[in-house]
Design a protein around this ligand. Structure first.
Ligand code: PAF
Length: 280
């Protein structure tokens, strides 16, 4: 695996590979890689000739009081994991490489649609940070395909819309959620959980599955299902941010007759804010 931190060097390399007719698959990450990330690398390896992973803890997507300074940085271990599955390139830019003039005065990409719902309510500047950095990374890496985990379903949808709206020639592909043995969705932030909290956090998946089952059984009082689910989670030590039943297409609250639904949940178990979802 070749490790490159200079954006110009990587961009030139990618342009040359594409000129040779090679397709590029890209998995952007913030590091602290787990099985979820590695499953995206595998998807990319199956789809594209060349796979690039980036590791950049993007300061622009962290709000005031969030965990930017304590976010787990495990580059050595990440390199071992990526090498072990034969990733072709790892891009590790510095903050100055990405925002040479400073992140505040850098051009920002504002995704208007879908950012004010779900996680956007409690993290109002988060998605602007994501769309800005993903745009910069796309322009450096020049991928044909880009892979995003569907645990961050809202991010996946916002980036898909951005690519459509701005006519960016990249195919955005969502990867299925990878879970711990107790059902907890894998996340870099799971490392903040104590062993006890990790066990307790399994309730998140159980409650989502229960709600999904009720919907499949045609119990269509969504308000009741939502309230019941919030109560169960709250009694299990989970501080609920939201529990919503929405349409996959536009993330709006679903009506009784809608199909292609998503149950999405977020909240705090101890210190970390966890999210999870299920497509129905
Ligand atoms: O999902 C993430 O890890 C980040 O939001 C991303 C897409 C790498 C942008 O910083």
């Amino acid at each position: 695996m070749q490790i490159i931190s200079d954006p110009k060097e990587l961009q030139l390399l990618m342009l040359n590979l594409k000129a040779e007719g090679k397709t590029i698959g890209f998995v952007p990450t913030m590091g602290n890689l787990h099985e979820g990330h590695l499953s995206l690398i595998e998807l990319s390896k199956n789809k594209a000739d060349v796979t690039v992973c980036s590791i950049f803890v993007n300061p622009l997507q962290f709000g005031q009081g969030e965990d930017l300074s304590s976010y787990p940085r495990t580059l050595k271990l990440d390199i071992q994991k990526l090498s072990a599955i034969s990733t072709d390139y790892l891009f590790t830019p510095s903050e100055k490489d990405i925002y040479p003039l400073g992140k505040e005065i850098h051009t920002h990409v504002i995704a208007n649609r879908l950012t004010e719902y779900l996680c956007g309510k409690s993290r109002p500047t988060h998605f602007q940070g994501v769309t800005t950095v993903v745009n910069i990374l796309f322009n450096i890496v020049q991928p044909n395909y880009a892979f995003f985990g569907k645990k961050d379903y809202q991010q996946y949808k916002i980036i898909s819309n951005m690519v459509n709206d701005l006519r960016i020639p990249v195919e955005v592909i969502g990867g299925e959620i990878v879970r711990e043995s107790n059902g907890l969705a894998m996340s870099s932030r799971n490392g903040y959980l104590t062993d006890k909290e990790k066990q307790e956090a399994a309730i998140l998946r159980q409650v989502i599955l229960q709600a999904a089952e009720q919907i499949k059984q045609n119990q269509r009082s969504f308000d009741d299902i939502i309230q019941q689910s919030i109560n169960t989670l709250s009694h299990s030590g989970f501080k609920v941010d939201y529990f919503e039943i929405i349409r996959q297409s536009d993330l709006h609250p679903a009506d009784r007759d809608d199909s292609d639904l998503l149950i999405a949940v977020a909240g705090w178990m101890g210190q970390p804010r966890l999210i999870d979802n299920i497509e129905i």
